[in-house]
Design a protein around this ligand. Structure first.
Ligand code: 6R9
Length: 635
């Protein structure tokens, strides 16, 4: 018998040891006992990190939607699968049962098929947090189409580049979205993107805001009339274990975003197993993750992980401050939420508001609190623990990545004693390693280094879509035979991990990963800009904010500078989205460079963070004199 749900610390250590001693049997037992397979696997694991190539459950056949929906119909057809809480609290919440979800997904699958979508085709989904987002994801999975969800805050340029990268045939979008008091014209943004996406043949449009939009004859279709005509029965497509399930783009430290490709069986087993353990989900619980499904957290812990466990998962369309800052707490009270999973940036924003917002709501249903996306600072951790959890609900600080598919290092609530800012222990099956800069593994405790993983786990991404070499170069070359995460971490005296932050050129702003290169590329498109460099600096709500150093082609008059700042942020918004806007823009005569011409971001970062007394030796720079000029003009 495998311990699908760990119950205490002793059991955790037992299970963990087994998972390291005999990983194949460990995962095979979980897979066999808790999922439906159309054909069993021939081999549990085949791997070679030097290629890198990883295959889990090879030879097995299945469909993830049979596991997330159909198999629950026999026992809990009427149970709520998804609670939908709309942006406007005056609009009624929806409770979608497993039976209804089945009908909706089948109908949507049939519409996709009628539009010519077949197994292996890529479908771009650009939708707000409405039930159709979950339904369309599952419909793709049901017929074997590969979904590529693009977060509905991204710009038309960002959508177009993602569509073109994986050559999608279709976009699923809506007339618009509600965000607090705002209505956003999603279809207009898609229309702009589609001016440069030759592979798109059709667009399905969900009606949400009812704001008039343009519909292009022959290309665009309202989805509702098609759903009304579609059969509510759709057989599953039988998928091989390693068939692609989805692509999700994540920022890199250079150039274009990376289309992380996840496959079917391993991702299913891993997202389901980690959901069950990290949230200690029990039958009847209501679980809420506030992430957007446009990010990996939403894929794994709003849609697949919860549904694979037959859970009730809440989807919230709106924002934490509409109609006011009590919205999250109101929703927890209204739906009696048991597990609540959010991001440090949201906690910090809510902690700034008056405590009445929290205290006026009954939060006694809560059993587990979670955080994800960036390191949580101690102050935010205590605020969350004291005021939301009332010191009774353990906080699970979950470390993981788009690339890992599911949570990797996290406490198991009611088992692992927590310490603020520590993600604590690796989950069963996860073998972390800390490496020094020379590539040597740091053994023992009380060490800090670069965080790697030295053995495969079922949820890991298998490649970067269309660019396996980049996958290898980014993750498997820095340290031989290990997956390199891009994060730094320390291991304390008892073996707990604390993530210290990125060690590459990725900056996490409000939990969103932003690569410096794409932002710099956008800025450099401004006709007045010669060169630019972006660094992060601490921000009390966003965690980090962006500081840009910009060299202008002509120095110009400083009264023009404010206009230029606006224009630069406008370009960034157009190319990437408003999340990548710069908080500070300093115009400078030069940027510190090494003799080989590389910008020394380390120095710029120190200046932006007011740490100028620890700049280190700047004399080896090509142009040491610019450092003082930059310090003197710091904003
Ligand atoms: C799930 C997700 C991944 C990066 C990751 C790390 C940071 C995530 C964290 C954390 C400290 C945590 N990160 N969780 N840092 N503590 N609990 O966020 O995926 O968007 O790909 O970001 O986020 O730097 O490498 P993704």
């Amino acid at each position: 018998m495998s311990s699908y749900q760990i119950k205490n610390l002793e059991e955790y250590y037992q299970v963990y040891r087994k998972s390291v001693r005999d990983p194949e049997n460990f995962w095979a037992e979980i897979a066999e006992e808790h999922f439906v397979w159309r054909k069993p696997w021939d081999k549990v694991l085949d791997w070679d990190f030097s290629k890198p190539e990883v295959k889990w459950f090879e030879g097995a056949q299945l469909n993830i939607t049979e596991n997330c929906i159909d198999r629950h119909l026999a026992t809990q057809a009427d149970k709520t699968a998804i609670i939908f809480e709309p942006n406007d609290p005056k609009e009624k919440a929806q409770h979608i049962s497993y039976q209804q979800l089945h009908e909706k997904v089948c109908a949507f699958s049939n519409v996709l098929k009628d539009q010519g979508i077949k197994k292996g085709d890529r479908v771009c989904i650009y939708l707000p947090m409405i039930p159709e987002l979950a339904v369309s994801i599952l419909a793709c999975a049901r017929i074997g189409a590969i979904h590529s969800v693009v977060f509905a805050g991204f710009s038309s340029t960002a959508i177009a580049s993602r569509i073109n990268d994986c050559e999608c045939n279709m976009v699923i979008t809506s007339d618009g979205s509600f965000r607090g008091t705002k209505k956003i014209d999603l279809k207009g943004i898609v229309d702009e993107a589609l001016e440069s996406t030759p592979t798109i043949k059709s667009v399905l449009v969900v009606k949400r805001t009812e704001v008039p939009i343009n519909m292009k004859e022959g290309r665009d279709h309202w989805v509702q009339p098609l759903l009304d005509k579609a059969s509510m029965d759709c057989p599953i497509e039988i998928m091989n274990a390693e068939d692609p399930l989805f692509i999700l783009y994540t920022s890199g430290s250079t150039g274009k975003p990376k289309g992380m490709m996840h496959t079917t069986a391993g991702y299913m087993v891993y997202s389901a197993y980690t959901f069950k353990n990290v949230f200690q989900y029990k039958v009847g619980d209501v679980y809420w993750c506030t992430a957007d499904i446009g990010w990996i957290t939403g894929h794994s812990y709003i849609v697949y992980g919860p549904l694979a466990n037959g859970a009730t998962t809440l989807m919230f369309e709106g924002v934490p401050n509409f109609p006011d800052f009590s919205r999250f707490w109101e929703i927890i009270e209204k739906h009696k939420v048991n597990q609540f999973y959010t991001a440090p940036t949201a906690i910090r924003a809510l902690a700034k508001e008056k405590l009445d917002y929290v205290e006026n709501h009954d939060l006694s249903s809560l059993k587990v609190l979670g955080t994800v996306g960036e390191p949580i600072n101690e102050e935010a951790w205590h605020w969350y623990n004291d005021n939301v959890g009332k010191k009774k609900s353990p906080i699970v600080d979950t470390w993981w990545q788009t690339e890992t598919g599911g949570i990797m290092i996290s406490p198991i609530p009611y088992c692992t004693p927590t310490i603020p800012t520590y993600a604590t222990l690796p989950l069963p099956g996860i073998q972390p390693a800390l490496m020094d800069e020379q590539g040597k593994e740091l053994k023992g405790n009380q060490v800090d280094g670069r965080l790697c993983i030295k053995f495969p786990w079922p949820g890991m991404a298998r490649t970067i879509w269309g660019d396996h070499k980049r996958y290898k170069d980014t993750y498997f070359t820095a340290f031989e035979n290990k997956y390199f995460t891009g994060d730094g971490a320390l291991r304390d005296t008892v073996g707990y991990y604390r993530i210290t932050g990125r060690v590459d050129d990725v900056i996490i702003v409000s939990g969103h990963n932003l690569g410096t290169a794409p932002i710099e590329d956008a800025i450099n498109e401004h006709p007045a800009v010669a060169e630019s460099a972006i660094v992060g600096f601490p921000h009390d709500v966003k965690g980090n904010a962006l500081y840009g150093y910009v060299i202008l082609k002509e120095t110009g008059e400083s009264r023009m500078h404010d206009n230029l700042r606006k224009e630069i942020n406008q370009i960034i918004t157009e190319h990437i989205g408003p999340i990548a806007k710069l908080d500070k823009i300093q115009f400078t005569e030069g940027l510190p460079k090494t003799r080989s011409g590389k910008i020394m971001r380390r120095i710029l970062r120190k200046i932006a963070c007011n740490e100028t007394d620890s700049l280190g030796d700047t004399s080896t720079l090509l142009n040491p004199e610019v450092v003082q000029e930059i310090i003197d003009n710091k904003l």
